[in-house]
Design a protein around this ligand. Sequence first.
Ligand code: SF4
Ligand code: SF4
Ligand code: SF4
Ligand code: FES
Length: 524
Amino acid sequence: MKLTIDAIEVEARDGESILDCATRHGIHIPHLCTHPNLPAFGACRMCLVEIEGMRGYPASCSTPAQQGMVVHANSEKLADLRRRILELILLEHPSACMLCAKRDLCEQFRPGAMKSGRTSGCHTCNNKDVCEVRGLSQELRLESLPVAPFYRNLPLERSDPFIDRDLNLCILCGRCVRICKEQHGWATIDFVGRGSQTKIGEAFGRSLVEAGCRFCGSCIDVCPTGTLSDRYAKWHGDPAEETITTCAYCNEACALAIGVSRHKRAISAKAVNPAVPVCVLGRFAIPEFLNGPERIKEPQARVQQVLRPKRWIEVLAEAGERLKPYIGDGFALVFDDSIMREDRAALQAFAGGVMKSERCYEVKTPDRGAPQFAIPEGAKAVYALGPFLDPAALDGVELLIVQDCYPSPLSAKADFVLPAAVFAETEGSRLDSGGEPRPLHRACQAPGRALADWRIVRDLARAMGAEGFEFESIEALRRLYGIESGQMKIQRGSAPAPALDPALRRTHFRGHSIEDKARGLRML
Ligand code: SF4
Ligand code: SF4
Ligand code: SF4
Ligand code: FES
């Protein structure tokens, strides 16, 4: 069907709203409460339009496009009506910075959001870079309010893990309620109270934890204001870059967008498709795990009973020399199933080709708890890629190399400690629960001098003078071992099992407790 919007003839799809049709054809209509992943709500009226032959100003987000319609979406009269609507919204939302005549200068000289207990204006709001209300005030050139605004003075809510709420910023657009209730079918939050006392919350004054929140973070992702925020990410501002990669915490292999700061540190992780949530580990536990201050950052070698940082070249040369007497079945290598396929191929080539040992073990990570492994009899040199061995049962082990991301009681006993990068810091691929390969992309920098597992084992093999490790890139490694990296799992139709049932959520990654790093998990 054909219609005209702002004198442009456009073709609408069956059941499409005027707003969606206009957006698809590049015609901008200001809007606020609607969201591409949610059914229309018609609450804010910001998207109002004029339709020839129709009375009043219908909301374009909830009015279906019809054959022959003539729609006016951007006249000066409509802009004026939208300004009046925005004035009403701002009567209960801090607006000092939006209306300040010096706001451009202020932005220029004080570009970062200032940390503050309460948000008194955009300058102290963590959401200022992406706030849709602020964007509208600029687009509509709003300069003043007709009456003094009212501050609701609601308490800041910080007692739940991962999510901060400042309901004084809420404009009651209902996006958070709709994504939780209508999109995910969970209804953790709703409008509570009546009239001027209406706010977003949980029934009976419960906390998010008590109300059974899955901490998928979708409500934060759709909120147009700074009301809901990711406690870890909020003060980093808008990510400088986002990279789509695959979560490696479990075999669901959800696609995630990892946001990084301009210093290349991971600051956030979100579902790529907001209509389908990920579990709390993927949404909230990745930046804290990657940025843990205890991460192993330097290669270390034991010197007179003490582990001391050294250069990679020295540590690998020393470790290689110490390994040579154990070529044969005196050598054992152990890693867990969180390892990427490229790393596994290089490690197996090292164990079989360089160390001539068949003792190369992959331990399975249980859904709950850390993988455990008993050292096989006769193994005198052990190369472990995580804390899978009991440090009290190292009798007979003469050489211990630990390659890991975090220190552990096992690494404290090692002769050499090699700092490993983990997913989002390195590239690779892994199989999902259906056996399909999924690619992992590098989003952020590994800490200190940590390197990908395949690089470390390649350089160790080279330090020992071995051949067959000439690959310089992950692509060359894949060609050598015949590995396909696969497609990103973005088109997932439903939430992964761990998002629905917390009992199916992994507790450990590479042998390390995830909740020790992302402590909010302990409250769930
Ligand atoms: S985090 Fe997810 S489950 Fe919890 S309130 Fe928000 S949308 Fe609902
Ligand atoms: S919390 Fe955010 S998404 Fe929810 S109603 Fe308020 S402004 Fe809208
Ligand atoms: S279900 Fe959770 S832990 Fe598993 S891959 Fe998806 S986001 Fe990661
Ligand atoms: S965006 Fe259409 S009514 Fe809010």
